[in-house]
Write a protein that binds this ligand. Sequence first.
Ligand SMILES: Nc1ncnc2c1ncn2[C@@H]1O[C@H](COP(=O)(O)OP(=O)(O)O)[C@@H](O)[C@H]1O
Ligand SMILES: [Mg+2]
Length: 179
Amino acid sequence: MNKKEIRQQILRRLKEFNGNKKRQADKYLADQLFATSEYQHAQTIALVLSFNHEVNTFPIIEQALQDGKSVYVPEMDYKSRLMTFKEIDNINEIAKDKKGIYYATSNGQTTNELDLIVVPGVGFQQDGYRIGYGGGYYDKFLSAFPTSTISLLYDFQLTTFDPESFDQVVDKLIIYRTS
Ligand SMILES: Nc1ncnc2c1ncn2[C@@H]1O[C@H](COP(=O)(O)OP(=O)(O)O)[C@@H](O)[C@H]1O
Ligand SMILES: [Mg+2]
């Protein structure tokens, strides 16, 4: 299967994984993240504002703010296909853009220099190669601004594919085992 087919197949499974099972998994993944030295030592952390089918990042962002971290979320420029990160200090100051992706409405400062990025993704290889949503936003960002990265995922997102020359690896995978 190519990246596109794998993406579609795993997205279907992500959308079926919900309810109590997902809440339990997301709690586990959040706690595992908080236990890492990368999280504990990071002062500035980037996370997405998650879609319903993704690991719920809203409680993670709230905890990180409570822990005194500076939290940043993606600021997308769909025209240039570039992304930067914008500081958010209140999880309520968000809205959905034309693609249905949450963004921060506050006028926080933007940065490309972060201590840790929690990278979203659809499929992952054990070695950290990842399939995203197809925009290459994180590949581009990480090639320009190498940053320590962690992804949180469910075991059914593990896959194998042929990484392309521009694909960037995620440093650490935290995996929830569904069985
Ligand atoms: N460093 C980069 N510079 C320019 N374009 C890039 C870079 N990295 C990736 N891209 C472009 O992003 C597009 C999407 O990448 P792909 O790996 O398929 O998506 P995703 O990583 O979101 O699954 C590719 O067509 C590729 O040309
Ligand atoms: Mg890629």
